[in-house]
Design a binder for this molecule. Structure first.
Ligand code: DAK
Length: 259
């Protein structure tokens, strides 16, 4: 799709597959990698032929966190004034098309936070999640205290964030932070299958749907219900809504045109 140094970006039909590719350091998220991720996400968002993104890691990890080597000697003023490149790191969190994290091995610290920015998390049976920042003298800074708490609740989040312990795939699924667990060998094929299923439906409608679900995390119930209603109304402005409903009535499969 495009040549990068720290990630691999591939086009699989209407699905973009992004693979973090620093396996020697468990895909530690360095600034250059995050810049590449920001670039590729902008390209995917702007490309009407791509509907869904799958994010995964090469080797033993999804990502073992931000690159500690890059952070270790930073001082307060530098971290505060640059926010370690803040907005760039939030790009996946504001990505508008459906996203799937396919997690094998470690998803720790920033790796866990990155997975939590996705719409769906598929975990391989060897996946390990955690926010171990407290064990290196800091706290989660990329959404871990907020998105994780909303995903699994205060008491489980405190248990993880205050101890730094890892959660295996089973416990993560029980806690509600994983959509489903699949055998390691099937992880990427299953993620692509799921992505293709989503991509076979209407892309603008999927974008409306994910935005409505996200409202549940960002506002009160009454505001969220209002937002949902508006997005539901908006779906009637698309040709795909007409096609979907007419096809149902004509007892034939719909042909969505992403219009
Ligand atoms: N950074 C740099 N290198 C890492 C790394 C990391 N996060 N994780 C692993 N590595 C490197 C190791 O140093 C080692 O390199 P060599 O010694 O071979 O050169 C290699 O990867 C293999 O790791 P291990 O030898 O440690 O492998 P093990 O199987 O024994 O252990 C482990 C695996 C995942 C349990 C262990 O590597 C580990 O505990 N890693 C660190 C996990 C961690 O603490 N992660 C949280 C980092 S803090 C923000 C944006 C982002 C963030 C915050 C704010 N803003 C925009 C505001 C995020 C912060 C974080 O993620």
């Amino acid at each position: 799709m495009h040549n990068f140094e720290h990630i691999i970006a591939e086009r699989k039909g209407a699905v973009a597959l992004i693979t973090f590719n620093r396996p020697k350091v468990l895909n530690a998220l360095c600034n250059a990698m995050i810049a590449e991720l920001e670039t590729v996400l902008a390209l995917i968002e702007a490309d009407p032929s791509l509907s869904v993104v799958v994010v995964t890691g090469n080797g033993k990890a999804f990502a073992a966190g931000a690159d500690i080597k890059e952070m270790a000697d930073k001082r307060f003023t530098e971290v505060f004034s640059t926010d370690i490149g803040g907005s760039r790191w939030q790009r996946l969190g504001s990505f508008r098309k459906p996203s799937i994290a396919a997690v094998a091995g470690y998803a720790l610290g920033g790796g866990c936070e990155l997975a939590l920015m996705c719409d769906i998390i598929l975990a391989a049976d060897n996946a390990k999640f955690g926010q171990p920042e407290i064990t290196i003298g800091t706290i989660p800074g990329w959404g871990g205290t907020q998105r994780l708490t909303r995903a699994i609740g205060k008491y489980k989040a405190m248990d993880l964030i205050l101890t730094g312990r890892h959660l295996d795939a089973e416990e993560a699924e029980r806690s509600g932070m994983v959509s489903r667990i699949v055998p390691l060998a099937d992880l990427v094929p299953e993620a692509l299958k799921l992505a293709e299923k989503i991509a076979s439906l209407s892309s603008p409608i999927a974008m409306l749907a994910r935005e409505a679900v996200d409202s549940a995390f960002e506002t009160t119930l009454s505001e969220g219900l209002k937002a949902e209603r508006r997005l539901f109304h908006a779906s009637f402005a698309t040709q795909d809504q007409k096609e979907g409903m007419v096809a149902f009535l004509e007892k034939r499969p719909p042909v969505f045109k992403n219009q």
